[in-house]
Design a protein around this ligand. Structure first.
Ligand SMILES: [Zn+2]
Length: 270
């Protein structure tokens, strides 16, 4: 299923953090040991797994217990925001403390769940994050001003977070950075038609960037047509380094440090 190997060789890269990968989803879930082995071979050492549907939380917990370097973040994705009733939010409150962040949460008008329902779930989960002192992993498409306003109103600067697979402008990114948020660059930066991700990777300070795959989605250019996997994080690293005219190892060190500082106390260095 995953025939090709990424370009960078193991000696070039070690200790990468994939700040957003859905290891609990298919097709990765069914061949997790192979997926993690090839990721580690490619230099990816740690994996942040955000919640999508409440039914996935238990599996995320099991994966984290069985696999070294896997860190769950529990939460309800905006596409399932209609599930965020008192009962489910109560379960989230119980399980959230065993994760390293709350996520993924946010707003996305491209989904069928009404925006006011998404906003309610977003605010509830932000309040939980602030009360627990956990950072947040934010999913946002085409609703940047609204998300920014909600983050401000809910005091998200107290816990900060990551704008995952960020697709907004450089100016908008800087607004989130003012709240202490990091901007995550995904495989879209490698796509032939990429414009915004390339601008973000070129113009934002390296101190505000982290890297992710969003596997199984957003497969990098050279592997498009097949499901994404954490091993392909090196493609994102390579692209950011090339865009900035830096060595991959320099981008690796700084982005890893950024992820560690945000998730400090939760994500451990081996
Ligand atoms: Zn995701």
């Amino acid at each position: 299923m995953y025939p090709k190997q990424p370009h960078l060789q193991p000696e070039d890269v070690t200790g990468l953090v994939d700040t957003h990968c859905h290891l609990d989803l298919e097709p990765m879930a069914s061949c997790l040991s192979v997926v993690l082995a090839s990721a580690r071979l490619a230099g990816v050492a740690r994996f942040v797994v955000p919640g999508v549907h409440p039914a996935g939380w238990e599996r995320m917990n099991v994966i984290a217990q069985e696999q070294g370097g896997v860190f769950p973040a529990f939460g309800i994705h905006p596409m399932h925001a209609d599930l965020a009733d008192d009962n489910v939010l109560g379960r989230l409150t119980e399980i959230a403390g065993s994760g390293i962040a709350i996520g993924e949460i946010g707003l996305d008008p491209l989904y069928s769940v009404p925006l006011e329902v998404q906003e309610g779930a977003f605010r509830e989960q932000l309040r939980l994050a602030v009360s627990l002192g956990l950072p947040v992993l934010v999913h946002c498409r085409r609703a940047f001003q609204r998300v920014l306003q909600i983050l401000r109103e809910e005091n998200a600067h107290q816990v900060r977070g990551i704008m995952h697979a960020f697709s907004g402008s450089v100016e908008m990114a800087r607004e989130f950075m003012r709240l202490g948020f990091l901007i995550s660059i995904s495989g879209t930066v490698t796509w032939d038609n990429a414009v915004r991700p390339v601008s973000l990777a070129r113009q934002l300070p390296l101190e505000s960037l982290v890297l992710e795959t969003d596997a199984p989605d957003l497969t990098p250019q050279d592997f498009r047509g097949q499901p994404n996997q954490p091993a392909y994080l090196v493609e994102v690293l390579r692209a950011v380094a090339q865009i900035r005219g830096l060595r991959p190892v320099d981008v690796l060190r700084q982005t890893t440090r950024n992820a560690e500082m945000l998730l400090y106390g939760h994500i451990h260095c081996d």
